[in-house]
Structures are given as C-alpha cells and as structure tokens.
Design a protein around this ligand. Sequence first.
Ligand code: NDP
Length: 258
Amino acid sequence: MSTTTATPNAQEFAGRTALVTGGASGIGLALARRLSGAGAPVVVADYNEESARAAVAELESAGGRAAAVAMDVTDPASVEAGVRFAVDTFGALHLAVNNAGIGGPSSPTGEYAVEDWDRVVATNLSGVFYSMRYELPAIIAAGGGAIVNMSSILGTNGFAGSPAYVAAKHGVVGLTKTAALEYAAQNVRINAVGPGFIDTPLLRDTEGPARDHLISLHPAGRLGTAEEVAELAAFLLSDRASFIHGSYHLVDGGYSAS
Ligand code: NDP
C-alpha cells in the first residue's frame, strides 16, 4: 500500500520562481529563506531596497539564486515593474507571497486619522490587489502556480484600536477567495494565511505590558516565530497542497480557539 509522506522534498521548489513582497524583513524574509532553501529562485521585493539587497546576499551566500527589487506595493506601476523584473530575471513567475504590510497607529475608529486609514488600507489591502493584478497574468503565462496572501488572525477577529488594519486584513481574505474562484481552472491556487501575533520588527514598538497582553491572547503562552508562519505558507505554495484553493489558514498559537 502506498502512503503519502509528510516530509517535503528538499528541492521541491526547484525551477519555480517566487516573488515575496516585504521579503526583506520578518515573515517575508523567513519565507524567502525557506523557499530559497528548497530550490526556488527568489525575488525579494521590498520598500527598503538596501534591506532587500542584504537579504539577497544572504540567500546567495547560502547557495540560492535570488534578486532584489525595490517595490512599493501602494504604487501599481512599481508593482507591475517588480513583476516584470522577476520574469525578466528568472524567465517566468510561478509563486508569489503578497506579504508586505504595516501595522498603523492605534486609536479608536471615531478618532482614527483619515490619512492613517488611507495608508494602512493602501498597503495592506490595495497592495495585495495590485500584486495579484500583475502576478496573475505572469503566473498563467508560466502554466500555473500558487499565491499566498498574508492576512492575520485579524482577518477574522476584531481588535480595538486597529480599525484600518482589521478591515484591510478581512478584505484580504475576501479578495483571496474571489481570486481563487476565478483562477482555479487555470491551475493557480490562491490561499490566505492568518498569523497570530508574531515576533518580528512589526512589533518593535510593542514592549512591556502591551507585549505581555499580546502574549496572553495566545494559549501557547508566547508569540509565534516568522519561521512558523513561513512553514505554513511554504506548504500552501507546494504541490503537497494541490487541492487547497481559496481558503484561509490560521497559525496563531490557539488565539482563535477561545
Ligand atoms: P515586518 O515589518 O518585519 O516586515 C514587513 C516588510 O514589508 C518590511 O520589510 C517593510 O519595509 C515592507 N513594506 C512595508 N510597506 C511596504 C510597501 N508599501 N511596499 C513594499 N514593502 C513594504 O513585518 P512582519 O514580517 O511582521 O509582517 C509581514 C506581514 O505579516 C504583514 O502583512 C503583516 O500585517 C502580517 N502579519 C504580521 C503579524 C505580526 O504579529 N508580526 C501578525 C499577523 C500578520 P520597511 O521595513 O522599510 O517598512
């Protein structure tokens, strides 16, 4: 009797080019490392070009193929150019992780600065749309592939003081489901990941009691790691997830179970 194995092929992404937005830091960097380590040529696309170059140098010194591109996901022309760069550099695009995001300030909805709302939604929601808008034709041209959009536990739960972030992350889930319906027949799988609070530079200003409060929301008793999120996203990008389309997967230390 044949059985499937849970052990991933060490080179399961060989020959599949991956684009990771926000790939120079935190979860995006962990994903770039994870995909590169499994054979994917990786394009690290980030607002911060210097950090993207540093990430690429690290991937190359570990034996991977990688390239850096400056990309602002709030600017459709910048996203289009970044996707074109990936295709021009490695010949095709097969995988994308739309991960770039910001937290935004904390304040109740009735006091939330309109410009902060616009900035958070432009980055965390419109940025995912712009990314898929230009990635999808490239992935279809390559014969198919997979996309993971980075939502959050706040793609399903509310969180007082973060109206723009919560609304954008809920939006990412709906956008993911819709695009998945549209492109499943063209061999493109599109899924969303919902991390709990993860110990990355995004939480750099959250210290002391505020950090303790975040930890207390997770029955696991700690924040997650970028690598734990990257592992789920890598699974969803792989052929091991071949029947998973349009779903939203949590990696949240039990946050949502209570
Ligand atoms: P980081 O701040 O460590 O990484 C985010 C990266 O995105 C940074 O390199 C940042 O650049 C880049 N970026 C920001 N704005 C843009 C932009 N307009 N265009 C291109 N790149 C941009 O954060 P995380 O790794 O923690 O977050 C990654 C994703 O995971 C985000 O979408 C976040 O919302 C989500 N997430 C994070 C959680 C957490 O607790 N950390 C929990 C749930 C979801 P720069 O540093 O220059 O700003």
